[in-house]
Write a protein of this length. Structure first.
Length: 473
């Protein structure tokens, strides 16, 4: 049932309209334009306002109703005498939605016109309800967005920031007004900053996901230029008129700090064991070997039947000594000087050629300089695992190790000509790959793996702004 406000002078036109509205099951309130005003009635109760004639007072009242907050949603219909068509412009200017021009005494035409008016009133009411629900939904979404403990950022397909919640402001040090409309790469250090747009374009062109719906640990950059490790989960929303990406960011600086401390202690113990092997067991085996060698010579000079056994024991002791020293070098691969990593990688190259029978090459570009020797150790371990994977799992016979350093980042890359990684390797996640990624994260880097079936794989570890990186919990 439609609530209708009928405004007009007490005449036959108003009476006809009233009777017809009642027949059509309207609840009708009748008002005289001379005494009626927008304040006289609760406009929110009505969905249709019907003026029975066009006069100066009805036009003024129509304007007033339309300007009222509740009046904006009303369907307003005015009867215009067919002899006063020139008043149509005044009626439309006053805010009416529809006019009834034909004679209202044609019952059939009047019912048709009122049916259209009812339809308009219902549509406007439905629109108001929809808008209200939408506002409530948006309010809830904003409330959740602003109160969540995670930073939430939305961007469009061009990478421009659409929203930036309070937690994101605290995490990155920017106010939302400073970043909305700007490209999201301002929140990334090099080299990710320069490569970000290519990631989006590649996904839009190929549909191949690297992070969307998966989540990964990356490096973020604050307004003050400092960087920090963060976990980023990206989701995609396709709407009829727009395509947006939502990123949920969590600062994991404290987690990385604890992991670094655990690994630092682990590496310290590894080095201690390596040094003990070299200085303790190694020296003892060397001494035993010399004693055995002298004993063997004496027994041989006496033609003693055990001379051969003594010589064999000496050989075994020498092999054990070499094995112990090899283990020690594996546990402490990087010397504590500026060329330590390059020297260790050169030794890794030679060992790979000797042990695996492959062609292995090393290319180093730039000056290597690490604030913390553990960074060099982790890069070495990643290279060690990468070369081993290429041979054992990819059946490669050619491996190239690239190490390049700039003012902005250090990048290690292992390229092989093997069979590549098996299908769905990323979902299954072998232990070696997980360990490499873990080591990359601990030094603030990012590990990426790409492969072409039967043409080899490439493992890339990038550490951004290595000399100026700061982790702030």
């Amino acid at each position: 049932m439609i609530q209708t406000l009928l405004i007009g002078h007490d005449d036959q036109v108003r009476q006809t309209l009233y009777e017809t509205l009642v027949k059509r099951k309207h609840t009708v309130t009748v008002a005289d334009p001379k005494t009626a005003s927008a304040d006289s009635y609760s406009l929110g109760e009505y969905s249709l306002v019907l003026f029975s004639a066009v006069t100066a007072s009805t036009l003024d009242l129509c304007k007033t109703i339309r300007l009222d907050p509740d009046g904006k949603r009303l369907a307003i219909v005015t009867v215009v005498n067919e002899n006063n068509i020139e008043k149509l412009d005044d009626v439309l200017e006053a805010g009416a939605d529809q006019c009834i021009i034909e004679s209202i005494y044609d019952d059939k035409r009047l019912h048709i016109r009122l049916a259209f008016a009812e339809k308009m009133a219902r549509e406007k009411t439905d629109q108001v309800v929809t808008e209200q629900r939408l506002r409530e939904s948006e309010a809830k979404a904003r409330s959740i967005l602003e109160t969540t403990v995670d930073a939430i950022i939305t961007i469009n397909t061009k990478g421009n920031i659409r929203s930036f919640n309070k937690t994101a402001e605290k995490l990155f040090g920017y106010g939302s007004k400073e970043v909305i409309g700007k490209n999201v790469k301002i929140l990334m250090p090099d080299p990710y900053q320069s490569e970000h747009d290519d990631y989006i374009n590649q996904y839009l062109d190929t549909g191949k996901r690297k992070i969307i719906g998966i989540g990964r640990e990356v490096t973020g950059k604050r307004k003050d230029g400092s960087t920090f490790p963060m976990y980023l989960a990206v989701s995609e929303v396709k709407l009829p008129d727009q395509h947006i990406f939502t990123g949920i960011v969590r600062d994991i600086s404290e987690q990385r700090r604890l992991e670094q401390e655990v690994l630092r202690i682990s590496e310290h113990e590894r080095q201690r064991i390596g040094q003990d092997l070299h200085d303790g067991l190694g020296q003892m085996l060397t001494g035993i070997g010399l004693i055995t060698k002298n004993l063997s010579k004496k027994l041989a000079a006496e033609n003693h039947p055990l001379a051969g056994d003594a010589q064999e024991i000496g050989t075994l002791i020498k092999q054990a000594d070499q094995h112990a020293r090899s283990l020690a070098r594996g546990l402490v691969p990087v010397e504590f000087d500026e060329k330590g990593l390059e020297a260790a990688l050169e030794r890794l190259k030679r060992n790979a050629e000797k042990l695996f029978g492959i062609e292995c090459s090393l290319h180093v570009i730039g000056d290597l300089d690490f604030d913390d020797v553990t960074q060099a150790i982790h890069l070495y371990r990643i290279a060690q695992e990468g070369v081993s994977n290429a041979v054992k799992h990819g059946n490669a016979n050619k491996v190239t190790i690239h190490l390049a350093t700039t003012d902005y980042h250090t990048r290690l890359r292992i390229v092989d000509n093997g069979s590549g990684f098996p299908q769905n390797w990323d979902a299954d996640g072998g232990l070696g790959v997980r360990i490499m990624r873990f080591r990359a994260r601990l030094i603030g880097g990012n590990l990426e793996i790409s492969d072409v079936p039967d043409k080899g794989a490439t493992i890339t570890c990038t550490i951004p702004v290595i000399k100026h990186r700061q982790y702030k919990p």
